[in-house]
Design a protein around this ligand. Structure first.
Ligand SMILES: C[S@@+](CC[C@H](N)C(=O)[O-])C[C@H]1O[C@@H](n2cnc3c(N)ncnc32)[C@H](O)[C@@H]1O
Length: 432
């Protein structure tokens, strides 16, 4: 059967004649349809290729599914994301200024947080990536969106595990030791934090393995064991043991220093993170007598940048590790006009009695709760800067906020290049 792609829905689904849906076929392209799992169209199936099609550099791209767009040239990815966000606002009947996507100069190897999962191949531990929507681990460590240096460290870690005869955890039999390996890399210092996630306490030769890894990669400045005591889908749980070093790494943004622990939240793309923060703070336009509330504040990145300009910043974060890092970061930078609360934003704002000039909100992909949004409408901050990595839940929340707020501007940011995901900042002003 021959099929022709008419359009792409929701950034990944190629829709052909008669609503027939496949993946990896671009508008205008024709292909021979071979009924594979997930209806994938491989390059060899394409009869007429689009000028926007890129040569795929990753050998496991079609198997992995972690990237959606490696087969599309960067300029076209940008156009697709811009069109997606404009269509989203049009369909939701929200008229506002939507800016061009903030692009990147580094579309590959941008991820400074990488997670590899252990599996067994020919009786050896191999580290790799989960295949999308499956439990299968693809033993591959040359991922094109992960930091190159982190990929090299992962290879050394894998070799070290095998040298010390470690075993990979097997979920079906509930045996084996190594579950995952996580690396975080500081943009400012290039130092790395390495976490070995294990099934239970046992990690024989932990110190020796850490020393061997650090000998080859002095950029690894701390090694941590994260211990799972039961089956869980989480990568990192609370129980941790420091094997080497301080247990954290440092980063710096605009002259402010940040300590970052393994379980704290930190944006994965540092180059785009700086652009995101600069734009968010430009919207916030903080004055010296402003009271700023930073909700979902993580390790206090935005809060401390805002504190340089504001009279005071009230920050709320529910994750204990991020909150602890935020308190440390405040002291580290000698900042005394930021107030960090370890609380749920919903709980905190409902009992808040003061006024707010600028509200910054940066929730997770699920967006905010209706209770939180309704409480915001009662407090009535003069401006809201809403940052989100999921424009669909963000627009849901904006629908409620727009009862009292003008949606002034939307700024999409390309944070997750070569994937369908995008970050977006929405700037709102209290109606007069
Ligand atoms: C997308 S991150 C943003 C962090 C920070 N603004 C930054 O740029 O690094 C969202 C943060 O919200 C926190 N969080 C999620 N739900 C929360 C809630 N109900 N109350 C407080 N914090 C929450 C998470 O722990 C996470 O640190």
């Amino acid at each position: 059967m021959e099929i022709k792609c008419l359009k792409i829905n929701d950034l990944t689904e190629s829709v052909c004649e008669n609503q027939f849906k496949v993946r990896y076929l671009l508008p205008g392209e024709t292909a021979t349809f071979v009924n594979r799992k997930n209806r994938i169209i491989l390059p060899e199936d394409v009869i007429e290729a689009s000028i926007h099609r890129a040569k795929v550099i990753c050998p496991i791209f079609y198997e992995c599914g972690g990237c959606d767009f490696l087969h599309i040239k960067y300029d076209e990815q940008v156009r697709m994301k811009e069109s997606f966000i404009k269509t989203l606002y049009f369909k939701n009947n929200i008229k506002t200024q939507i800016n061009d996507l903030i692009k990147t100069e580094k579309p590959l190897h941008y991820r400074h947080k990488v997670v590899a999962t252990a599996t067994t191949v020919k009786s050896k531990v191999r580290l790799g990536l989960y295949q999308e929507q499956s439990k299968k681990v693809l033993p591959f460590l040359d991922c094109y969106i992960q930091d190159k240096q982190a990929n090299r460290v992962l290879k050394t870690v894998e070799a070290t595990f095998n040298q010390y005869k470690m075993s990979a955890y097997n979920i079906d039999k509930n045996v084996g030791i190594i579950k995952h390996v996580l690396i975080r890399k500081s943009y400012h210092t290039s130092k790395m934090l390495l976490v070995i996630v294990t099934n239970g306490n046992l990690l024989p030769n932990a110190k020796k393995m850490a020393q061997d890894i650090i000998k080859k990669h002095p950029e690894v400045s701390t090694v941590i064991q994260n211990i799972h005591h039961r089956k869980t889908n989480l990568v990192l749980v609370d129980d941790e043991k420091i094997i080497y070093g301080s247990g954290y790494i440092d980063d710096e943004i605009d002259g402010i220093k940040f300590r970052l622990s393994s379980k704290s939240f930190y944006q994965i793309n540092p180059v785009q993170m700086m652009k995101l923060y600069h734009k968010a703070l430009e919207y916030a336009e903080i004055k010296a007598d402003d009271i700023v509330m930073d909700t979902y504040s993580g390790i206090g990145t935005i809060s401390l940048l805002a504190a340089k300009k504001a009279q005071s910043v009230i920050a709320i974060e529910s994750n204990h590790s991020s909150h602890k890092d935020a308190l440390f970061n405040m002291k580290l930078n000698g900042i005394n006009n930021a107030y960090f609360h370890h609380d749920d934003v919903e709980h905190f704002i409902q009992s808040y009695e003061g006024h707010i000039d600028v509200l910054i909100m940066d929730p997770t992909r699920d967006g905010a709760t209706e209770i939180f949004i309704k409480a915001v409408l009662k407090v009535k901050p003069k401006k809201i800067v809403y940052i989100s990595c999921e424009p669909i839940t963000q627009i849901r929340d904006i629908h409620i906020l727009k009862e009292q707020y003008d949606v002034v501007e939307v700024q999409p940011v390309d944070m997750f290049i070569n994937t369908q995901h995008l970050e977006s900042i929405v700037y709102m002003k209290l109606k007069s």
